[in-house]
Design a binder for this molecule. Sequence first.
Ligand code: ADP
Ligand code: MG
Length: 247
Amino acid sequence: MTTRIHGSDSVALGLRDVFKIYREGDTETETVALRGVDLFMERGDVVALMGRSGAGKSTLLNLIGGMDTPSAGRVTVDGHDMGRLDEEGRAALRRRSVGFVFQDNNLLPYLSARENVALCAALAGAPDATGRADVLLAEVGLRERTAHRPDQLSGGERQRVGVACALAGAPAVILADEITGELDSATADRLVALVIELGRRAPAAVLLVTHNPEVAMRADRVLKIEDGALTPSSVGNTMTRATEMTL
Ligand code: ADP
Ligand code: MG
């Protein structure tokens, strides 16, 4: 079990009644991508988000990352109200407080694993970026691979470098969007377990987008997004009942 910090400081992520409506140019066409989403996470919480293509998953992550702004409602990250920040402020909050793990981690090909992670750490404002990179690469099991460039690493190892990058600034929130798509199931399972373990230890709120029910079962809560609305998923309900029965 992780020790939770109580009080308002522990709210890593808050979405209250969030709507996102896309309007196509000057046409009448409107897409309601999110309709009244509420989501609260503390550091150390792990939530799996499931939902079919077009349901609003990327829109939700974009709002949390401050890449876009809601049409209505409030998004707070690490206690900061995104709506009160301009684009530059949102970018600064994103660098400091949000770690992204993507399927394609956009590692720089001519930099070593250590240099890639050190760059992430420096951008996130970590004081000793190279030292931080070495600690994180050891935590993701790549102590012996720090001098390797991305093309000298396997797909799973590159993903681990990406996880180290996401953690580099001690973020309040870690967003992982479909990170296992290109990996075989054993490698995928280890990667997800690693993100969850390091996220809990950091501690950071971990929001994992996945289509894989086995991945989702590793989370504390499973939420389903359907046509822009968030509901507890039956996977999560089953898991909760199963957990209660074993207690
Ligand atoms: P998901 O990631 O779950 O596949 P998205 O969040 O990408 O879903 O999309 C949700 C809905 O919003 C879809 O109907 C999509 O077509 C629409 N949408 C997403 N981004 C834009 C955009 N920039 N402009 C207009 N419509 C968009
Ligand atoms: Mg998407």
